[in-house]
Design a protein around this ligand. Structure first.
Ligand code: BES
Ligand code: MN
Ligand code: MN
Length: 476
């Protein structure tokens, strides 16, 4: 029988202002995991979540993860784990999310203060972390609260695992999940992660695949200190010249990866797979809208989706140590570190990718005959994940989508990465579902990141409805 959800939905609507307040408080904590000096804010954000969960009656623990690798002076922020309900007659659902965010500074071009939730006349709620991933994480808490206030029995036992280092490669979390799979997480019947986005702005999706991410640094150094380009230009071998040379050989402007061996690792497209792309509700205009331009590589949807979901990509991210301020400083930087990453897909092995990268970068540098020094290293790698959507976890979510949004979801893969997804699947042996809240225009990681009020409130309904359907869905 379809669960009676109207009282729950009504309560979510009634409580929507206080749910937005909860998001406002969360966005106000600048929990940037990549900035060492902001580690206390990350910890404060974990504490905020723990306090909120405790107020809702959950049993909460903050588990330490030890020191940050390569930065032993820094403690990793704790994992916030919680249990809400312990009824042997109910299913147990494990939900994961992250409470850290990407860096943000108003100078980057934000129209509003990044750590102040600002709602415009279109009910867009701007703020760093609004969609990635504070809104979705709070969605679970909101769902608990609305059940309590509506006097509706919570349909499942909920286990929460909220981490504070996701945007930095989920340091320390793999070991934690592996250690707790048969302990804290042992009752889990299925896993749900709300940390991705709809393909467009209207149609919800259920996601069954993610790309992995191998992130590299190339360091080139030579001179003992930064130099005057008038005095030393033409006489010193410049690290930046070498770095740009090497970086320019990694990928071409059609997205083709130039490192030998990488493209050969990619699983071939099957006839069956080809048929999946056509029916997906996605248009080139969706791409252009979220790009904010018409500068896509391909001019059709199939190639675009394939390039995003099932082929690898290589992106150049930046150069540490390079002169990047406004103005015209005539400097020769003494040491520069270029950053790039490769999104990986089936059947690429992270270690094999790294081996190919090291060899190629060193070979290309050697061709330059430079007296400078090169060092290439892996910052972190995270595995890709592709699962089967024919599982009761997915069919329950599809019913919830239908009830809340009146449409069937699309089944999608994604180009982004959540490093621990595969870890949850392998360690618990349970099905993992990605159930997004935000939309394609939210601009995660960009300036003016936002979550639409509708996505937050209807998304809270969706997460709650999913728990009702997953409680009674027949095993498949
Ligand atoms: N929420 C994203 C993952 C994501 C992005 C899923 C886009 C689907 C579409 C997550 O917070 C994220 O940004 N992950 C990082 C992981 C990286 C640091 C290993 C990413 O994808 O860059
Ligand atoms: Mn995220
Ligand atoms: Mn992110």
């Amino acid at each position: 029988m379809a669960p009676q959800l109207d009282p729950y939905f009504k309560k979510v609507d009634e409580l929507s202002e206080s749910f937005i307040d909860r998001l406002r408080k969360a966005v106000a904590i600048p929990s940037v995991s990549a900035e060492d000096e902001r580690r206390p804010e990350v910890v404060r954000m974990g504490q905020f979540l723990a306090d909120e969960l405790k107020k809702l009656g959950a049993e909460v623990e903050q588990r330490p993860l030890g020191k940050q690798p390569h930065k032993e002076h820094l403690d990793l922020p704790p994992v916030v784990v919680a249990r809400y309900g312990n009824d042997k007659n109910k299913r147990t659902i494990l939900v994961y999310g992250h409470y850290d965010v990407q860096p943000a500074q108003i100078e980057d071009g934000w129209a509003t203060k990044p750590f102040e939730l600002t709602i415009d006349d279109k009910d867009r709620m701007f703020g760093r972390g609004s969609t990635d991933d504070k809104g979705p994480v709070l969605g679970w808490l909101n769902a608990i609260e609305a059940h309590q206030k509506a006097g509706i029995d919570f349909p499942v036992n909920l286990l929460c695992c909220f981490e504070g280092m996701e945007e930095y490669g989920s340091e320390g979390l793999d070991d934690f999940i592996n250690a707790e799979a048969k302990k804290y997480f042992k009752d889990a019947d299925a896993v749900c992660i709300s940390d991705n986005y709809w393909l467009g702005t209207e149609k919800p999706c259920l996601t069954y695949g993610l790309r992995g991410c191998n992130y590299y640094s190339i360091e080139v150094s030579g001179p003992g200190q930064d130099l005057h380009s008038g005095v030393f230009g033409g006489t010193a071998q410049e690290p930046m010249t070498d770095l740009i040379n090497v970086m320019s050989k990694l990928v071409d402007n059609q997205g083709k990866i130039l490192i030998p061996g990488i493209n050969e690792m990619v699983a071939p497209v099957t006839e069956e797979e080809k048929k999946l792309y056509g029916p997906i509700a996605y248009t080139m205009d969706n791409l252009y809208e979220s790009l904010g331009s018409k500068t896509g590589i391909f001019d059709n949807k199939e190639q675009t989706l394939m390039a995003r979901w099932r082929y690898p990509s290589l992106s150049l991210h930046g150069v540490e140590g390079a002169f990047s301020a406004p103005g015209a400083k005539t400097v020769i930087p003494a040491k520069v570190t270029g950053k790039f990453s490769i999104r990986t897909v089936p059947d690429m092995k992270p270690e094999a990718v790294t081996e190919a990268v090291y060899k190629y970068v060193k070979d290309e540098f050697a061709k330059l005959n430079s007296k400078n020094k090169l060092n290439v290293y892996l910052q972190h790698d995270g595995k890709w994940w592709v699962a089967s959507p024919s599982h009761w976890n997915f069919s329950a979510a599809a019913k919830a989508v239908k009830q809340v949004f009146g449409t069937d979801p699309d089944y999608t893969r994604e180009g982004g990465s959540i490093p621990v997804t595969l870890t949850f699947e392998e360690a618990t042996g349970k099905n993992v579902l990605l159930l997004p809240m935000g939309s394609s225009t939210d601009g995660a990681h960009s300036i003016n990141e936002k979550l639409d009020r509708r996505n937050y409130i209807e998304g809270t309904k969706l997460l709650g409805a999913y728990l009702h359907y997953v409680a009674e869905e027949k095993m498949t």
